[in-house]
Design a protein around this ligand. Structure first.
Ligand code: TMP
Length: 243
């Protein structure tokens, strides 16, 4: 007893949300939901679509490993346990509609927006906020926008920023030992009984991972940029994270 894996799994009920990569189901416990991980891959706000074979299985497992490591170091997450290959039991969140990005090395939209070379190491990591809105293509915002429109309070944003930087420290150290550079990543947070918890998933869809020696991309940029070797990169990342 006391073993998480022996905890009773509540019954899966109706689907209440379908996103680009996951479906969410209610359960017989109003405090818990099930995240179902799909193989569907999209990029550029779903203007590009495809599938990555077994992506759902790999992202579910990788997220489990990352969330478990973070919880062991005191970061509060929505993760309860992995149920099977594609399903994860999570605490139900009232999602803050702000995507939190942490960057260590210049890449992606930052390189484009400010005309910087991809691969430039930043003097220090920083946090950016984006408004979670498909019709608007998730625009970059100031934290003041989130407060003024009531998406989050100032105290919640301060907590989110602090947690995001702590996650960055922990993930960077964990991945460094496995020969991986953490370039940048996106997190989502939500409220659960008055507390801010880390939600969503942590995987090659939501992070940029580069091999430390060769700087080879081991993440969804292989799909976004048609670089080939997409499945292989996900498998390689899972292998390294499993240690
Ligand atoms: P960006 O450079 O395109 O702004 O992406 C920053 C990080 O956020 C990168 O690790 C990929 C991740 N990301 C998502 O998880 N979802 C998204 O919709 C986008 C645009 C980026």
């Amino acid at each position: 007893m006391g073993d998480r894996n022996l905890e009773a799994i509540p019954e899966r009920k109706e689907q209440f949300y379908e996103g680009k990569a996951k479906k969410l189901y209610a359960t017989s416990n109003p405090d818990l939901i099930i995240q179902y991980f799909k193989d569907d891959a999209t990029a550029f706000n779903a203007k590009k679509r495809g599938t990555i074979e077994d992506k759902g299985v790999m992202n579910n497992r990788m997220s489990e490993l990352f969330f478990t490591m973070l919880e062991q170091h005191g970061v509060k997450t929505h993760f309860v346990r992995r149920i099977d290959d594609r399903q994860m039991l999570c605490k139900r969140l009232d999602i803050v509609p702000v995507e939190t990005v942490v960057r260590n090395i210049v890449a992606g939209s930052l390189a484009k927006r400010l005309g910087r070379q991809e691969g430039e190491t930043l003097k220090h990591p920083f946090v950016e906020f984006y408004y979670k809105s498909d019709p608007l293509d998730d625009p970059l915002i100031y934290p003041e926008h989130a407060v003024a429109f009531g998406w989050a309070t100032e105290a919640e944003l301060a907590e989110i920023r602090k947690m995001a930087l702590r996650v960055n420290e922990l993930l960077t150290g964990f991945l460094d030992k496995r020969g991986v550079l953490l370039v940048d990543f996106k997190l989502e947070f939500g409220r659960h009984h008055g507390e801010i918890l880390l939600g969503d998933e942590i995987c090659p869809d939501t992070c940029r991972f580069w091999d430390k020696e060769t700087r080879q991309k081991l993440d969804k940029d292989r799909f976004r940029r048609d670089l080939g070797g997409v499945e292989e990169a996900y498998h390689e990342m899972l292998r390294r994270v499993e240690g």
